[in-house]
Ligand binder design. Structure first.
Ligand SMILES: NC(=O)c1ccc[n+]([C@@H]2O[C@H](COP(=O)([O-])OP(=O)(O)OC[C@H]3O[C@@H](n4cnc5c(N)ncnc54)[C@H](OP(=O)(O)O)[C@@H]3O)[C@@H](O)[C@H]2O)c1
Length: 267
């Protein structure tokens, strides 16, 4: 791989680097307090060059990025206490909860992280066509579901057998409530949000995202109305938030970008 820029590593020079070195020690801060008390949060997404983050039907998102992208994504995820997932991502791709070796759990603990990551899902009412794999494998200790008062009591009873449920709003999950629960009740200092675009909008609009990891896959998707990494309300043209590039790596024509989000992304 090639390093083009890395402002997070002292003295890092551009040039060839071993793949194992990229995103090896992210050292995320444990918590953020602006604009509300919450875990330090990074969003991690892959898009085509034309900005699309959905490739086709269920299970096809993984076709956007290369094997290197998948490996880097896992490496980023494993350096945080919690992985946050939107219900759309769960319904489309149903990602499995990771089983970590005892050695890997020890390494995480030595770095001040939860030995097993918490996988937390955000959904208005917890409607899934089948029990998400993450809840089936992670269970009540490894997972949580943030939802609203719109969840029926029958649904709640079913899901509570598999996960802990937190009601954080009437119509929408409110980020300040969710952030405080994650940080204070569940001990989450750092969190990686795997999207999708709807959940990214919820967090970014609330000013609750500190960083964005973006893989730009050298592919074109095309198509109208195919989601980009950020749905929700548009920023006014004279007020587009300006991101700061923290690092840039590449392998072949695929780019791995890490940005810091400005406070102006909050609205
Ligand atoms: N390329 C990538 O890196 C990447 C990453 C992730 C996902 N994706 C793709 O993105 C597509 C899914 O897009 P999406 O926007 O539907 O995904 P999403 O962000 O995973 O899910 C949106 C859903 O999350 C829940 N949600 C988000 N904010 C909420 C809030 N404040 N309160 C209550 N619920 C909230 C709602 O669930 P309910 O509908 O249950 O109320 C909402 O419909 C899939 O095709 C997936 O493969 C791509």
């Amino acid at each position: 791989m090639q390093r083009h820029l890395d402002t997070t590593l002292e003295g890092a020079q551009p040039g060839p680097v071993d793949r194992t070195e990229v995103y090896r020690r992210l050292n995320f801060p444990r918590g953020a307090d602006h604009p509300v008390r919450r875990p330090y949060t990074a969003v991690n997404m892959v898009s085509t060059v034309d900005g699309k983050v959905v490739a086709g039907g269920p299970g096809t998102t993984r076709l956007i990025g290369s094997d290197t992208d998948h490996a880097l994504m896992s490496r980023i995820e494993l350096q945080a206490d919690c992985v946050l997932l939107g219900a759309g991502l769960i319904r489309a791709d149903d990602p499995p909860y990771p089983r970590l070796s005892a050695e890997r759990q020890r390494q995480r603990e030595a770095r001040g992280l939860r030995p097993q990551p918490l996988w937390a899902i955000v959904s208005g009412a917890g409607e899934f066509p089948r029990l998400p794999q993450a809840l089936a494998a992670g269970g009540r200790t490894g997972t949580a579901l943030f939802t609203t008062a719109a969840m029926t009591s029958t649904r709640r009873e079913t899901l509570e057998e598999h996960t802990r449920i937190y009601v954080c709003g009437t119509q929408r999950v409110e980020v300040p409530q969710m952030g405080a629960i994650l940080r204070d009740e569940l001990g989450v200092g750092s969190m990686i949000c795997l999207g999708g675009p709807g959940l990214n909008a919820t967090l970014i609009e609330a000013g609750a995202v500190d960083e964005l990891f973006l893989t730009l896959a050298p592919k074109l998707q095309g198509g109208s109305n195919v989601p980009t990494l950020l749905e929700g309300r548009a920023y006014p043209p004279e007020g587009l938030p300006l991101l700061e590039l923290l690092s840039l790596y590449s392998e072949g024509s695929e780019l791995y970008l890490r940005y810091r989000l400005p406070a102006s992304a909050h609205r």
